[in-house]
Design a protein around this ligand. Structure first.
Ligand code: AMP
Ligand code: MG
Length: 430
């Protein structure tokens, strides 16, 4: 349902960076993923776990040798060097029948990963021994328990190893594999509609006229959406004309989140906010005091008012959230990272990551105007703890080529006109 008189959002919805970020985080904290699906473990990297994974047995299942060497009774080594009788050899994978009981004065050669034999309480590394036929001389003492991982010490059978909401990285996948899980229940990836706008924007497989610009934003956003756990759905490019823009926004509201790029500045043909308002959009901010990306817009549209009504069991969501990202390619990228990412992470079923800032020394002086918090593409370098950072020379927020050279953003507070070379500055990693 589209109301006739659309309220264009008030100019008072201009927030400071921290206010805008907190607002986004507060909304994200109330969002949930929609649905679950079973995936093959090999396909699960980056997906968000939707079930607990329990230890199906003790970890390790037997007292495990951590070193190649000799399984001993630590008390036998009270005087060094000590000479012990070698009564056998235990390989990794050895069965019960291949494992001798170690009596006082005896030892068994043992390999890393093999079960420690009954009677022995420690392993002496082979480096501290000297073997002569069926006797071994031990040069170094050990304490009981040394170099043996007791059965069940890493995890007891039934213990929870992975919890729902965990994004599956290689370590989590190793745990799932260790418990014999070849499939995992994960949250369905949120569908993220991506809508680039602008009369001058053309598809990348069309030869552009001199006055036209290829659509890079839909592709950079698609990559960012994927890295935040979403599935991008690219819509056709919207012209700067309300009827078609309205149709495409309606299509975009079928997704779990709508990302628009371009058309949110103050220009006469920047129509995005106006058309969103026709869908009864609630705007949380329409600009943030940052650079690049000041005109960024965040809001939501109630389901039924353009956003399709969703069945409550399928989705507890009552609204479809949207971001209107500024169209300058670097602004689009930065505002996605600063504001859209946490909402998408929440919709994918994981707790949004906090922004993490490092500190580094500025290599050369930076001068800016005051009033905006700046996130300037930069290169972090330097050995070990001597981090240095330098702005990438750039021609403003349309300069995608300069962005490729950057690996971080230098953060300049809104009250600083000049930061001298050698000062410590906060750095946000990409
Ligand atoms: P806008 O935010 O619509 O005012 O656009 C700002 C600048 O970004 C203009 O120079 C646009 O041509 C450029 N731009 C907008 N959308 C895209 C896009 N999808 N791909 C590449 N450049 C874009
Ligand atoms: Mg435009």
């Amino acid at each position: 349902m589209i109301s006739g008189m659309a309220a264009v959002p008030e100019p008072s919805l201009i927030l400071r960076f921290e206010e805008a970020r907190h607002l986004v985080e507060d909304h994200a904290a109330r969002l949930h993923p929609h649905g679950k699906e079973l995936v093959e473990l090999l396909e699960s990297a980056g997906q968000v776990l939707a079930e607990p994974v329990l230890a199906d047995r003790n970890f390790p299942p037997f007292p495990r040798a951590m070193r190649d060497g000799y399984a001993v009774r630590a008390a036998d080594l009270y005087q060094l060097p000590a000479t012990l009788d070698v009564i056998g050899e235990i390989k990794a994978g050895a069965g019960k029948d291949d494992i001798p009981v170690v009596q006082p004065g005896q030892t068994a050669a043992i390999m890393t990963g093999a079960p420690a034999p009954p009677g022995a309480d420690a392993i002496v590394m082979v480096e501290h021994t000297s073997r002569h036929a069926d006797r071994v001389q031990i040069m170094k003492g050990v304490a009981a328990g040394d170099n043996i991982v007791p059965a069940g010490s890493e995890a007891k059978r039934g213990e929870r190893l992975l919890s729902p909401g965990l994004r599956l990285d290689y370590a989590a996948i190793a745990v799932a594999a260790s418990t014999g899980r070849s499939r995992l229940l994960v949250y369905r990836k949120p569908q993220v509609a991506v809508l680039a706008t602008g009369d001058e924007i053309v598809d990348i497989d069309v030869p552009p006229a001199t006055n036209q610009i290829r659509n890079s934003n839909s592709y950079s956003l698609a990559a960012q959406v994927q890295s935040a756990g979403g599935e991008p759905v690219l819509l056709p490019i919207a012209p700067d004309e309300p009827t078609r823009l309205r149709e495409l926004i309606a299509d975009g509201l079928e997704g779990d989140l709508l990302l628009l790029a371009g058309g949110v500045s103050m220009g006469k043909y920047d129509l995005v906010e106006q058309v969103l308002a026709e869908f009864q959009a609630e705007f949380f901010f329409t600009a943030v005091l940052i650079q690049p990306g000041k005109p960024v817009v965040f809001g939501r549209i109630p389901c039924g008012a353009g956003a399709p009504a969703r069945e409550p069991p399928a989705s507890p969501q009552t609204h479809t959230y949207f971001f209107g990202l500024p169209g300058n390619p670097v602004s689009t990228m930065v505002t996605f990272e600063l504001f859209a990412r946490p909402v998408l992470e929440a919709l994918s079923g994981t707790t949004p990551r906090k922004l993490v800032f490092l500190n580094a020394r500025l290599k050369s002086e930076v001068r800016t105007k005051t009033g905006l918090k700046r996130f300037l593409p930069a290169i972090l370098s330097g050995e070990f703890e001597h981090a240095e950072v330098e702005l990438v020379p750039w021609h403003g927020s349309g300069d995608v080529a300069s962005m490729v050279r950057a690996n971080c953003y230098v953060v300049i507070p809104p009250d600083r006109e000049r930061i001298a070379a050698g000062e410590w500055v906060p750095v946000l990693m990409m």
